[in-house]
Write a protein that binds this ligand. Structure first.
Ligand code: FUB
Length: 327
């Protein structure tokens, strides 16, 4: 499958349907001399582009709307503009992004625009109480918006085991809890305020359950535990939380009855691709369901030079996500 975007390297695609078109909000990967490490320092991105297309036919053009936000424009950011997302509410478009603050701690910021393709004006401070990476915003049918976020290792989620306000620097780096009987750390979720710029309630941990036991997924279950790349979509009244397993390189999903969970593990959506990271979004467009993701084929395997791709996904009669069209 050919990449959707080839003029620049792009990753972590968050796709949305706005004004009848597909808009893609990806990370913008760039060349760097920073050596690969398990903290992700080589992912040294400095701006965002927005892309749009009217059709997912492979021949259809994908428009690059250019730079919509850059590090120099955001007063609180020091470096690493990682995986963004976008949302629409009450006539405004919101671009959410994680970045390191001046102390090197990941926070989540918001920038506001009048059009899906920007430009976006950033708020001068990160969202109060935000931490870690990979924001994914979900607006439910009743208009209430939620933000899911979090990422292990370089994403610093493991530094908050003592509570939302306690950053434990001794957990920085490629570390996470492990051992017999230890539960995996969950991603986080918080309601957003009506103006979409702050958390409206406390940050909660999202629980992902193993279907065979009904218990929380174990920390050592690296084939199924949450690592990063949260995404939420709704299908047939159920909430589908999907994510990357990081060092085992799968995209997985779990299903629940509430945006807060708990979610029961449902299976894999994508097997490992070329490149260390895997990250995605799922969106319905013109009556079909699409998985946007990335791999490193275009850069011939350079982990930090990724390209966005798209493929169709399906549901079977029980609501399981399947990658081949059911008979
Ligand atoms: O693009 C930088 C980081 O790599 C993202 O935040 C993660 O999800 C992984 O894709």
């Amino acid at each position: 499958m050919a990449p959707l975007i080839t003029n620049i390297y792009t990753a972590d695609p968050s796709a949305h349907v706005f004004e009848g078109k597909i808009y893609i909000y990806p990370s913008h990967d760039r060349e760097t001399d920073i050596q690969f490490n398990d903290n992700g320092d080589q992912y040294d991105m400095a701006d965002y582009h927005v892309f749009s297309t009217e059709s997912l036919d492979p021949a259809a053009p994908v428009i690059d709307h250019g730079v919509v936000l850059k590090t120099e424009d955001i007063p609180w950011v020091s470096k690493q503009l990682w995986a963004p997302d976008a949302a629409y509410k009450n006539g405004k478009y919101y671009l959410y992004f994680p970045a390191r603050d001046k102390q090197g701690i990941f926070r989540i910021g918001v920038a506001v625009g009048d059009r899906p393709e920007g430009p976006f004006t950033p708020d001068p401070e990160p969202i109060k109480g935000s931490y870690s990476i990979d924001p994914a915003t979900f607006v439910d049918d009743d208009g209430q918006a939620y933000m899911y976020f979090g990422g292990l290792w370089g994403g610093q989620l493991q530094c908050y085991q003592g509570g939302n306000d306690v950053f434990d620097a001794s957990w920085q780096g490629p570390k996470e809890p492990s051992g017999e009987g230890v539960c995996a750390l969950g991603p986080r979720v918080a309601k957003l305020t009506d103006d979409m710029r702050q958390f409206a309630d406390e940050v909660r941990e999202v629980v992902i359950l193993a279907p065979e036991t009904g218990e929380r997924i174990a920390a050592d279950d690296h084939d199924r535990r949450f690592f990063e790349a949260a995404w939420m979509h709704k299908y047939n009244g159920k909430y589908y939380f999907s994510y990357s397993t990081g060092d085992t390189h799968y995209l997985c999903y779990a299903v629940g009855d509430s945006p807060y969970g708990p979610f029961t593990y449902g299976g894999r959506i994508l097997e490992p691709v070329l490149g260390w990271t895997t990250h995605h979004s799922i969106v319905e467009f013109q009556g079909r369901w699409w998985l946007f993701h990335h791999d490193c084929e275009l850069s011939k395997g350079v982990d930090h030079l990724r390209s966005v791709k798209v493929k169709e996904i399906f549901y079977d009669k029980d609501g399981k996500i399947v990658t081949e069209k059911p008979e």
